[in-house]
Design a protein around this ligand. Structure first.
Ligand SMILES: *Cc1c(COP(=O)(O)O)cnc(C)c1O
Length: 399
């Protein structure tokens, strides 16, 4: 049977404590034991189904983790308080002082800052590479390299990583391939393509209502156990624990993820095609003109489309700002960072989410000043939205 992440989410069955169709929310930070020996065993991590303390596990967090592991096709998953709260412990668990990471240079600004500015303090060095050039990636690997890190679809440039090729490279050099799949849930299933560990910010498409932050690490039982170890587990010890109440609400939102992703993709694809035809510099993986269009197509779970993210380069920051302000005024969407909301969100990455990246490096990677990143919403009638946007572009002199 063909792997289908949405069917897998659907097939996770829950029975609440009182037969509720939603699992009961665990409103406790600590858990009782009927026998003192069971408590000791749980501390040592060898009793299934027992909970100790909420920073370790909670029933609600495990329910959400089960749905996310099903989605990515991994043995299990560990949820966290944010995307960064998922990603940073993974890297710290896998890499220590004197060791090395090879990372894509076009990654989320926070992850970039962590690798560039923070981990060197711990003796961890990172080489940033153009992840689409496999010879460059391979040449950056040293004897000390432990992790190959990338995003399946990169933020904000929408570069696509060849996960199968990168997994082969990771295998050859005995590295762990860690993939941030935040931009392409359902559309791409990195673990099925050979990634060892898949991370998400749940804050974006997966939760989809811009009301909470959350994150997840999907991987093997062995690795997740390591992260949760009371002795040396980075997730356990750094303590970015998701609250059970929020885990329950994210789980409920996940049930419509497939419907939302299809609509995000449909709307983004419609707009990308129109904008490109209008002569605007448009980047969208679903466009023939995208350098990795064929690659994305070869990796994707086709029914979920090419995702909801697109970028337009309108030439200058002044024009970008004028357009964004006008689009917000006309209620196209919101001038806000983040993604995956029901309304379209837009921001200029150079001045916001990628401002952690030094200007020189921004230029090298092709992050131009007039770039606007769009997370296209769930608009019922996207042609109406297109007319509205086109009107704004004419008014500020872009079209
Ligand atoms: C937002 C984001 C993150 C960080 O997630 P938070 O939930 O904000 O901590 C990491 N990676 C990508 C690609 C993101 O878009």
């Amino acid at each position: 049977m063909k792997f289908n992440p949405a069917d897998n989410i659907q097939d996770v069955q829950y029975f609440g404590e009182f037969g509720g169709v939603n699992p009961s929310i665990s409103d406790s930070s600590t858990y009782t034991f009927m026998s003192a020996n069971t408590m000791r065993d749980t501390f040592e991590g060898n009793t299934d189904g027992c909970h100790l303390y909420a920073r370790h596990t909670t029933p609600s967090n495990l329910y959400l983790g089960a749905a996310l592991a099903a989605m990515e096709g991994t043995e299990t998953a560990n949820v966290a308080a944010s995307g960064m709260g998922a990603i940073t412990p993974v890297l710290l668990q896998l890499v220590g002082a004197g060791e090395h990471i090879v990372s894509s240079r076009t990654i989320y600004g926070g992850t970039y800052a962590f690798l560039k500015n923070f981990t060197p303090r711990l003796g961890i060095e990172t080489t940033f590479v153009d992840i689409t050039k496999h010879q460059v990636v391979e040449a950056a690997i040293t004897k000390k390299t432990k992790v190959l890190y990338c995003e399946s679809v990169s933020n904000p440039l929408l570069e696509v990583a060849d996960i199968i090729a990168l997994a082969a490279l990771a295998k050859k050099y005995n590295l762990k391939l860690v993939v941030d799949n935040t931009f392409s849930p359902l559309s791409i299933s990195p673990a099925k393509l050979g990634a060892d560990i898949v991370c998400h910010s749940l804050t974006k498409f997966i939760n989809g209502s811009s009301d909470t932050v959350g994150g997840v690490v999907c991987g093997t039982q062995e690795f997740i156990n390591n992260l949760r170890s009371v002795n040396d587990g980075a997730s356990m010890l750094l303590g970015a624990t998701l609250d059970s109440l929020r885990a329950a609400s994210v789980l409920k939102n996940m049930r419509t993820l497939h419907i939302r992703m299809k609509q995000h993709s449909l709307n983004a694809s419609f707009l990308a095609n129109k904008f490109e035809a209008d002569g605007l510099k448009t980047v969208y993986p679903g466009l023939q003109s995208h350098p990795s269009h064929a690659l994305f197509k070869s990796m994707m779970n086709a029914e979920f489309g090419f995702g909801g993210m697109l970028t337009l380069d309108v030439g200058s920051l002044d024009k970008a700002n004028a357009l964004m302000e006008l689009m917000q005024y006309k209620n196209v969407g919101y001038l806000a960072v983040s993604l995956g909301f029901y309304k379209t969100l837009f921001s200029a990455p150079r001045a916001s989410t990628s401002s952690e990246i030094p200007e020189e490096e921004q230029k090298v990677m092709g992050l131009s000043e007039g770039l606007i990143r769009f997370s296209i919403g769930l608009d019922n009638d996207i042609s109406r939205t297109y007319k509205l946007m086109k009107g704004c572009m004419k008014e500020v002199g872009i079209l």
